[in-house]
Write a protein that binds this ligand. Structure first.
Ligand code: PMV
Length: 346
């Protein structure tokens, strides 16, 4: 194989959630997320151009082990890429990917893995064409590609925070790709810690793709679109000014609305577990008693993300010791924060 590249990209946690899509993986509402730093994917690709190929050919390995199940999923992603960039048709890829978090931690890896893969594909595309793109354009194109693989992955291309979905209140926003938000975030929010309480390591009972589909005929669809737009419009200035009270209201309502939408879909389903509710109640109690700037959010699963600025880390750690250590050992928590740039490896 004559060329090798690799990229790292981190997972993200949405504050305003993308839930429901239109054709071509376009969202029904704008969303905004924080990009994490501990939960990430590293993807390495050995690649070459082979004149005998008339379609992109590839093999996929996870940490050195061939994974045909993932290859099946990636086929449709690559066929979309070939339509956009016909030069990929004569490319052979040997892909090896690894997550920094355990496969079975209940943390979705599609965002970080599709972002890392899309960054690799943009690098390959530029090498084939002999183009050196400005960084901004490169990331914009990688975000577009990542969206085709997994909607929320388009936000993982950017560090700290990113917004995806057209909003009249955010110039430059688009349904087709995410835009970086790091420059519009108050310093206090940039230091946010995300303690992820792993309630279950099992694979989700209902996938996010199935959940998005159930929004098509959801009785609350229109109200949800309105709510998400309203939250998005409020969140943008709240992040800029560092208003924790405003932030936690949006954050918690979004988290519980997402799960409310699942519970009121047809057919309905529940991803939260009794322990999820228990932790939420403990967080709310701590929040009310301490008046500290802490809040929580939840992804499409039972795990709870506790968010707070770094300046109160000591208080939060001692609360966990005192109130939660009876039920939780630290191995069930992933200590994450907002951080790194996606970066090419050596
Ligand atoms: O990108 P998908 O198809 O895995 O959907 C992600 C949906 C949520 O994680 C629940 C919300 C979001 O905006 O990330």
């Amino acid at each position: 194989m004559n060329k090798k590249i690799n990229w790292e990209a981190a997972s993200n946690i949405a504050i305003v959630k993308y839930w429901g899509k239109r054709a071509h993986q376009l969202p029904i509402n704008p969303s905004l997320s924080f990009t994490l730093s501990t939960c990430k994917t590293k993807t390495s690709i050995d690649w070459e151009q082979r004149s005998e190929l008339d379609h992109l050919a590839f093999e996929f390995f996870y940490d050195g082990q061939r994974k045909p199940r993932f290859e099946y999923k990636l086929k449709s992603f690559f066929s979309q890429l070939e339509t956009l960039y016909p030069e990929f048709k004569s490319v052979y890829l040997n892909i090896d990917s690894i997550n920094s978090f355990p496969h079975s931690a209940g943390i979705a890896s599609s965002a970080s893995s599709m972002a890392a893969l899309s960054l690799c594909m943009m690098t390959i595309q530029n090498e084939i064409k002999g183009v050196v793109m400005p960084q901004e354009e490169f990331l914009n194109k990688a975000s577009y590609l990542a969206r085709l693989g997994s909607g929320s992955a388009c936000r993982s291309v950017y560090p700290i925070a990113a917004a995806w979905g057209e909003s009249l209140n955010l110039p430059g926003s688009s349904d087709e790709y995410a835009i970086p938000m790091a420059d519009s975030i108050h310093e206090d929010f940039k230091s946010i810690q995300d303690y992820i309480f792993i309630v279950s390591r099992a694979e989700k009972k209902v996938s996010s793709s199935a959940g998005h589909q159930l929004m098509e005929r959801h009785p609350y669809r229109e109200a949800r679109i309105q709510q998400a737009q309203d939250h998005f419009n409020k969140l943008v200035p709240v992040l800029k000014t560092g208003d924790w009270t405003g932030f936690s209201k949006i954050c918690e309502t979004e988290a519980l609305s997402l799960h409310g939408l699942m519970m009121s879909s047809y057919p309905s389903y529940i991803l939260l577990e009794p322990e999820s509710i228990h932790i939420i109640n403990e967080i709310k109690l701590f929040q009310q008693e301490s008046k500290l700037p802490i809040t929580f959010t939840i992804d499409a699963g039972p795990n709870i993300h506790l968010l707070f600025p770094q300046r109160i880390q000591e208080e939060v750690d001692s609360w966990i010791q005192q109130s939660l250590s009876k039920y939780w050992d630290e191995e069930q928590i992933i200590f994450d924060d907002l951080g790194i740039d996606s970066k090419p490896g050596v």
